[in-house]
Design a protein around this ligand. Sequence first.
Ligand code: FES
Ligand SMILES: [Fe+2]
Length: 403
Amino acid sequence: MASVADRPGTSPEMEAARRESHYALRRRTLDRMRSRSTDLDAAPMRIDPAVYTSADYAERERRAIFHGMPIVAGLTRDIPEPGDMMLFDVLGPSILLVRSKAGTVNAFLNMCPHRGAKVVTDCSRRTRMTCRFHAWTFDLEGKLIGQPGKEGFEGVDKAELGLLPVPVAERYGLIFVRLTPRGEPIDVDAHLGDFAGEIAHLELGKADPIRRSEIPCEANWKYALDTYGESYHFASLHPETIGQLAYSNIMIYDNYGLHARLAFPRAEFMDYQERDEAEWPHTDYGGLYMLFPNMIINVNSIPGVGQFYGISRVFPGETVDRSRTLLSTYQPAHSGAEVDVAKWAEMHDFIQRVVTEEDYSVSRDGQDNLRWAPEGFATVLGRNEIALQHWHRNLNAIMQGRN
Ligand code: FES
Ligand SMILES: [Fe+2]
């Protein structure tokens, strides 16, 4: 029986690719630190506040982006064993993800074909799923295998009474779904393009979940997500927290079509400035991997402990001015077996506190103001806010059907 439960060791090729990529990033970051400069876009960019405040825009966005595009529902080791399951319902419809006997992932609308009840409400491992309403039972492939009182349903084709599949694809340790039942299959490599290589070397499929939480935000999902993509605000908004760990307004930026990677200089890099690169200590700092439309993988290190992956996924809320962030922290396999996982949980809690108390409180204020923005007002993204410009341009292109 196939299983991904036994975490394999890291691959030497991936380790080499990861180091090469992360060390190149650190080299460029140090160059920028020395020259006190940052990667820049060509010109400032104006943003119409309606993209944050219009209910009509939000509805179109939900259809085009969150229901139309591949969205990451989880990571491989969230459901490592056959019969493991999870619910992904932050976007509205309840989606059930199940690891099959063969070790692949199936995704279904969590809606009973009998009268629409939720088939799965607790996610314990099992070999079949029984609806609690009238006990119709489905196998892990979604096929109806048990139907009490089935004589009552004579004439209805049993083949039509399976769970409704939703497109799903698992690759590079990420599980993508498309929230359109019977919709177009997902081609992960086409979606990631050139970014696939950078994602692959993270070996996300071998990373273990440590802690997860949900952070509500009283702002549009884009206003919340905008706070992740620049370092310009570190010293002013985070003087006691992130501002102590990383430099403000210095950023390294790599464009990968829809996606991007960015890096900020960390305070401990300062010590390397006068030293030859051969003498730099090993760090696993990889920057932020921005996966369109709504996911940030923070590839960072806990100094003296090891690497962590802090994953933030920002989703639209019930109304245009609300959002929900799923924050999940994973321990990479290459962080070593002899580490104290409490350190990863502490890092998770630290990030949650900073995001809640600092970033999302400013998002809430800004959102509130934009509601009352006078006619003709537009916010402006500077050349130094290059990742945000790129991301908003991609979003605009998709909303205008240009992508
Ligand atoms: S609604 Fe599920 S068995 Fe009736
Ligand atoms: Fe911030």
